[in-house]
Design a protein around this ligand. Structure first.
Ligand code: TXA
Ligand code: MG
Length: 325
């Protein structure tokens, strides 16, 4: 065996060890932060009220805002939710992956009522990230996990982001570097015959509509959000955020997009110099955090096209710019 294979084997063994340790902690009712391909999650055993309560506590999250249950696969998902034909089609196309399905909750499901905020529906997601899958396999129970940030703040796309906001609240952070997609999962409601886009995210509306051969509806009643967590102000940096900026004002930091960037002497980060939306999505939260650390009173964000992943990027930017509660 050469040196490289030795190192590879050592890394594999270390990964196995951390996953086993994490599964043990979950079993003991502790919180574990883990990577997914979208953002890092703050996980707890979804079947234990006390563990789930600790998530709400650590995040400062309102109790009416239900969590996403993470499962290994469709088979495990179906133990907790009722999948109609449309939900099955979506699961077949995008599970595992960056899709969360909201379906009717099975009455016999062992998931904590606190985790679903007493609703008769449940949000289920099978992440594709190998470390998340290893953890779910070892845990053997559904893992309730919101994004691993304080409520209302920017979602974490690195282990270091988690440590900054929740380091004191978690028993363990499984650090696997940067998240590949960088935006939360797309949430689709499959309650009746009409699939509903509850939150744009890491899989574009166009890709989903193509897979099911029909349009996704929008929740009509915007005053009462269909995904209860979709409150106006969210993902908020400390700085003010100015959207659709085509110039930069004195004292502002610039969140740029594309090759044509206005002249600017101050702090600047480009989401994607080539103007590519997947790259911009992957950089969004990390760049927002980094610019925020520059201490400017305001961040000017250049316009992002409203198609593909742009829909989710603009959703997050609008919430980050919304008046704070
Ligand atoms: O990519 C993701 O989805 C990440 C990773 C960790 O999986 N998780 C995530 O969770 O973004 P969180 O808690 O930050 O957002 C979950 C969203 C909230 O807006 C919540 O209101 C909605 O899912 N949700 C959960 N259960 C629901 C339900 N039964 N009906 C409607 N919306 C629901
Ligand atoms: Mg979140």
């Amino acid at each position: 065996m050469n040196n490289n294979t030795d190192q590879l084997e050592a890394r594999r063994a270390a990964r196995r060890e951390v996953v086993e340790e994490a599964a043990k902690l979950l079993f003991d009712g502790k919180l574990v932060a883990f990577p997914t391909e979208t953002v890092y999650g703050l996980g707890a055993d979804a079947t234990t009220d006390k563990a789930v309560a600790a998530i709400f506590e650590a995040k400062g999250r309102p109790r009416f805002n239900p969590l996403i249950m993470h499962v290994l696969d469709l088979e495990q998902a179906r133990q907790h939710g009722v999948f109609n034909r449309l939900a099955l089609k979506l699961a077949e196309a995008f599970m595992p992956g960056a899709l969360t399905l909201v379906v009717p909750r099975r009455p016999e499901s062992a998931i904590s009522l606190l985790a679903t905020a007493g609703l008769d529906t449940v949000a289920l997601r099978a992440p594709a990230h190998p470390m998340a899958r290893a953890l779910l396999k070892a845990a053997g129970v559904p893992v309730a996990a919101p994004s691993a940030n304080k409520s209302g703040r920017v979602s974490p796309t690195t282990g270091a982001h988690v440590a900054e906001q929740l380091g004191d609240d978690v028993a363990l952070i499984i650090d696997a570097g940067r998240c590949r997609i960088g935006l939360e999962s797309t949430i689709v409601g499959c309650i009746g015959d009409d699939p509903m886009l509850l939150r744009p995210g890491g899989i574009s509306r166009e890709d989903i509509e193509r897979a099911i051969g029909r349009r996704l509806r929008q929740p009509e009643d915007t005053a009462k959000p269909a995904a209860p967590g979709q409150l106006a102000s969210h993902y908020a940096p400390k700085a003010e955020l100015r959207l659709d900026a085509t110039d930069v004002r004195p004292g502002e930091a610039l969140l740029a997009f594309g090759p044509k960037v206005p002249e600017h002497g101050g702090p600047m980060l480009n989401l994607s110099p080539a103007g590519e939306l997947p790259e911009a999505a992957a950089n969004l939260f990390a760049h927002l955090r980094a610019l925020d650390e520059e201490g400017c009173a305001s961040i000017a964000a250049m316009p992002i096209p409203e198609f593909g992943l742009g829909e989710a990027i603009n959703d997050r930017l609008r919430r980050a710019a919304a008046p704070r509660e």
